[in-house]
Design a binder for this molecule. Structure first.
Ligand code: AMP
Length: 501
């Protein structure tokens, strides 16, 4: 998962890009990059780590220009440890293009082969985003001549690009001398929105970002979402053009954005994330009431931070006290790699500490937004018990995560998921050590989120129901992803051992 942002303005954009990336930091903490353009010259800086650690004043000074794009990355495909894989990516022809991408292409391997064998383009990394940029560059190259670029040609090239790409992609891209473009895949799996600002001289400035929180926090007013399959172009004169570029667009946003990924103060595809989370709590309460006697629950407690709205609403519905039994350390630091020392596994206990008085002698209902690998909740159940809880019940705001995600969230293989391979709820309960385990149902989740925008006919719920909206994800594909993941893990282990010896 990643966060992307683009600004087309009438004054330098470096500081505003940086600030917007801080607002999108929750979408990726692995790497950050900014590229600006000034008189057709790109200026870029990228590195591994958090936005505040990557950029120094001297880097910011070099990022001149009134137009730019940025990305915060959480790796989902490619080599996570390589700085060369940080975005934005650049190609020099046609015009000079720089692109940042959020999502994951499911046909990246085929595209890389096609690009090499047919289009004679070289892909230098394992990143699907580099392949995506080269497909776009190739389609643009095929349809343009000279330095001129018009609306028909540009949107035609984006349509041709969309025909070749499979999977999820929300992209922002600068074209040297020709402004800024952004486009979203025909299912609109990952979010992308646009806003505007009128500067003190009456000029219109535009901003495009993964979430509305980045627009609002930068004092841009939200125009709305970029539609699935839609492309927008802000040309060199600052004029905004919009066009539907897909043949059969069908909005199917990723439901996990509402469950966990996005900030609660964002609104995506017409749905306030916060409202969706409140309603997830309400629907979860219905499940709790079916499976537990309400008089057996003394307190209801969130696992901070993302489950708070759902927990508050659940507690209200059960008419039970809401209590904060776990406090999160907001300043958990970096893990330093010292010679001869393996990377310290960041334990849950480093991040959370319990307040024993909230547990002693009580039956507690712990609520998390979701259970993925199960490591967090297993540790938390132990903490609740060692803090004196009599009974520890667990409720999950999302249904069991049973299937890998191939659209840009790091849930790559079934064997890593605690609910993978059809495991029974009872077996999961035993594994996490809880006295009861209650999950949201898939219907309850869809109802909670979909309630706020009835126009959305389907969501991508693939990690919960195994239905992949792009229609190209076969068991064979998933098997290959799993094998790749095992290879990557073994490679990472070898590298670590080599560093330690
Ligand atoms: P775990 O079950 O230990 O993998 O951690 C699950 C918790 O981490 C959930 O409560 C979410 O808050 C959060 N989470 C969400 N997405 C992911 C993900 N892709 N990988 C790991 N943790 C996630």
């Amino acid at each position: 998962m990643c966060g992307i942002v683009a600004i087309y303005a009438s004054s330098p954009v470096n500081q505003r890009l940086y600030d917007a990336m801080l607002l999108l930091q929750h979408r990726g903490q692995d790497a950050a990059g900014i590229c600006t353009v000034d008189k057709r010259v790109f200026h870029s800086f990228k590195g591994m780590g958090l936005v505040r650690d990557v950029f120094r004043t001297r880097n910011m000074r070099d990022l001149v220009g009134n137009c730019g794009i940025g990305q915060v990355r959480y790796p989902t495909q490619g080599n996570a440890a390589a700085t060369g894989e940080s975005q934005p990516f650049y190609v020099n022809a046609p015009y000079g293009l720089v692109l940042a991408h959020n999502g994951n292409l499911t046909n990246a391997k085929e595209l890389t082969r096609e690009l090499y064998e047919h289009d004679r383009r070289h892909i230098n990394t394992t990143s699907d985003s580099e392949a995506l940029l080269n497909v776009f560059a190739n389609e643009l190259q095929e349809t343009t001549s000279g330095n001129h670029l018009d609306e028909e040609t540009l949107f035609g090239a984006i349509s041709a690009t969309m025909k070749r790409l499979k999977g999820s992609y929300a992209c922002v891209c600068m074209i040297a001398g020709h402004g800024l473009v952004a486009f979203r895949d025909p299912h609109g799996i990952r979010p992308l929105c646009i806003g505007k600002n009128i500067d003190e001289n009456g000029n219109t400035e535009y901003m495009i970002a993964s979430e509305t929180v980045a627009l609002e926090g930068s004092e841009f007013s939200v125009i709305g979402d970029i539609e699935p399959g839609e492309a927008v172009w802000i040309d060199e004169k600052g004029v905004l053009h919009r066009r539907q570029c897909a043949e059969n667009p069908q909005l199917s946003p990723c439901i996990f954005e509402y469950v966990y990924l996005s900030r609660p103060d964002s609104t995506l595809d017409g749905i306030s994330v916060y409202s969706a989370r409140l309603r997830l709590g309400e629907n979860l309460a219905t499940e709790v009431l079916k499976q537990l006697k309400v008089e057996d629950i003394d307190v209801v407690m969130p696992i901070p931070d993302s489950s708070r709205p759902a927990t508050a609403q659940l507690a209200l519905k059960l008419n039970k006290p809401y209590r904060e039994g776990f406090i999160k350390n907001r300043y958990v630091g970096r893990t330093f790699i010292m010679p001869g020392q393996t990377i310290r596994k960041k334990s849950v206990r480093q991040k959370l500490n319990a307040i024993p008085m909230e547990f002693q002698g009580k039956n507690v209902l712990l609520v998390d937004d979701s259970i993925v690998r199960g490591t967090t909740i297993t540790e938390i159940v132990k903490m609740a018990r060692s803090s004196g809880a009599k009974k520890v019940y667990v409720a999950s705001g999302a249904p069991p995560v049973r299937f890998p995600n191939v659209y840009g969230i790091d849930m790559p293989t079934e064997s890593e998921l605690i609910a993978g391979h059809g495991k029974s709820i009872e077996d999961i309960r035993k594994e996490i050590g809880a006295d009861a385990l209650i999950y949201q149902t898939v219907e309850g989740m869809k109802e909670a989120v979909g309630h706020f925008n009835p126009e959305i006919k389907q969501f991508d719920c693939s990690c919960f129901d195994g239905v992949y909206v792009t229609g190209d994800v076969t068991p064979e594909y998933l098997r290959k992803v799993e094998e790749q993941r095992i290879r990557e893990k073994m490679q990472a282990k070898k590298t670590q051992e080599a560093e330690d010896s």
